[in-house]
Design a protein around this ligand. Structure first.
Ligand code: BG6
Length: 492
């Protein structure tokens, strides 16, 4: 059912002692409490393997979340918030333990939302534990975190397992980028502005660049990251989501399925990259030591727990085409990496030049119009247009005029930064799936990613290149564009 109202629900967190809960979930829920978005009767049932009382759990988490909240905890709000929490000692591999949860859930008649904040290998135990204890009520919902598998086969396995107990309407798959204000604003930009709406295709657009650059390294996650790499960690989900939102056709309405189906259509038009063309369309790299903000950082192979033979990529750049009437011939250049010079995400739309250059007497080339959409930090929009320089001498000497919005167009004020998890938790309480990823989307993206990962495994494509931490990645990432007479738009 679609409703804008958040409903009285019991949020059951599996993995309540874990990293995601303290970093993201509890801070986001506290902030929702503060902004009075939680239903009066909403409860949080924190589950984990520990012989803790609810009071123990609350005290431990209060200390921990202080580091992640970015604001001081207000005692009156914490009191109200912590009164919602119940700790339940569950080992998800022990089916009998689920009856402890059942007892708590039976105390109220709330809608139940299960949040799986646990490693993927534990998912099946949770699905079957809930199913076998009859806790998979038709009104319940279940939230899954990424990574959802590491290839098409493993993601299908998880999707098949869950579908035995929950229907697609009950499953909320998280890609936290979809909860970001600046990503949501892309829909408004594209579909509310006639100026952009009509000129959004291969007739007017020359190429598009998407950069998601990170300063952080792998943050002590060697065991996770080394099996995954930057392509699975960032491209399969976050960058492909940005690409689909930028290129999808206008949906008939803003219902969840309508939007998600339009995105799937785009994923299915991605031109295959495989062992035959991988060196032409991709560049991958791994960071060596270097300086980030003037501080020395070590190389990927010196990270905690590292295996020094690792060929895992921490940077990837790609050139992508879509087999789509509207986008045929338009290259999309994507790049993302860890330990790069600055943390920022940006989309650059480069428009085609006017084929007729009326002002060509000075033999200068006509420059392209560009629309630069900065997603993070300080979301803003810049439009580069050509303007006549005031002069009596050169009647029509042109210059680029940068029309730029204020910084932080996506924040109502500097104190009110909405975290992606706040929005996504709220949407799940409202039962709206449009900001969650459908099974079709996940599987279509793996279908496209798998041949890329396989392609790199071939000896002849073993093209991993080192780049210095604090740089913009391997030099050959520039060549991807250079051969097309383009350059990456520089960070400003
Ligand atoms: C996560 C990845 O999904 O996104 C991390 O697993 C990455 O490796 C993070 O650092 C980036 O998120 P954000 O919101 O900081 O851009």
């Amino acid at each position: 059912m679609i409703t804008e109202q958040n409903q009285a629900c019991d949020l059951v967190i599996f993995g309540a002692k874990g990293d995601l809960t303290k970093r993201k979930l509890l801070p986001a829920l506290y902030k929702l409490e503060k902004s009075k978005k939680l239903h009066e009767n909403m409860r949080i049932i924190a589950t984990g393997r520990a012989n803790w009382s609810t009071e123990d759990y609350i005290n431990i988490k209060k200390t921990e979340i202080k580091n992640f909240l970015k604001e001081t905890i207000q005692e009156n709000i914490w009191k109200k918030f912590s009164a919602r929490i119940i700790f339940c000692n569950i080992d998800v591999n022990e089916i009998l333990h689920f009856s402890r949860l059942k007892k708590i859930l039976e105390q109220k008649n709330n809608i139940i939302i299960y949040y799986c904040a646990i490693p993927p290998e534990t998912l099946h135990a949770i699905f079957s534990g809930l199913g076998n204890t009859n806790l998979n009520f038709p009104s319940s919902r279940i939230i899954l975190e990424k990574p959802l598998g590491i290839c098409l086969k493993t993601s299908q396995k998880i999707n098949n397992q869950i579908s035995k107990y929950f229907s697609e309407k009950q499953i909320f798959r998280i890609d936290h980028y979809l909860g970001k204000e600046s990503i949501l604003n892309l829909f408004a930009l594209r579909f509310a502005n006639s100026l952009l709406f009509h000129d959004w295709n291969n007739k007017t657009i020359d190429h598009i660049q998407i950069t998601v650059s990170e300063e952080v390294g792998i943050e002590d996650r060697w065991n996770y990251f080394d099996k995954i790499g930057q392509t699975r960690d960032m491209v399969q989900n976050h960058l492909l989501q940005i690409l689909t939102i930028i290129t999808m056709d206008q949906p008939k309405n803003i219902q969840s399925d309508t939007i998600r189906n339009e995105k799937v259509k785009i994923l299915r038009t991605l031109n295959p990259i495989n062992t035959d063309n991988i060196n032409k369309y991709t560049v991958r790299g791994q960071y060596s030591s270097g300086l980030i903000k003037n501080k020395k950082v070590s190389s990927y192979l010196e990270e905690n727990g590292a295996n020094t033979n690792s060929k895992t990529e921490t940077f990837v750049a790609m050139k992508i085409y879509l087999n789509h009437e509207k986008w045929s011939g338009v290259p999309f250049y994507l790049r993302t990496g860890k330990r790069l010079a600055h943390k920022y995400s940006e989309i650059v739309i480069v428009f085609k030049k006017n084929p007729i250059h009326l002002f060509n007497y000075s033999n200068t080339e006509l420059l392209s119009n560009k629309l630069i959409i900065r997603l993070e930090p300080n979301a803003n929009i810049q439009y580069d247009i050509l303007n006549k320089m005031p002069s009596l001498k050169n009647k029509y000497k042109l210059e680029i005029l940068q029309l730029k919005s204020n910084n932080n167009i996506n924040q109502s004020n500097s104190k009110n930064i909405i975290d992606a998890y706040e929005r996504l938790l709220l949407e799940s309480m409202r039962g709206i799936q449009s900001l969650f990823v459908s099974r079709d989307e996940v599987e279509a993206s793996w279908q496209w990613i798998d041949p890329i990962i396989d392609g790199w495994k071939h000896e002849k494509n073993n093209s991993l290149q080192l780049y210095e931490a604090g740089s913009w990645g391997p030099k050959s990432a520039n060549m991807l564009l250079y051969y097309d007479h383009h350059d990456w738009y520089e960070f400003h």
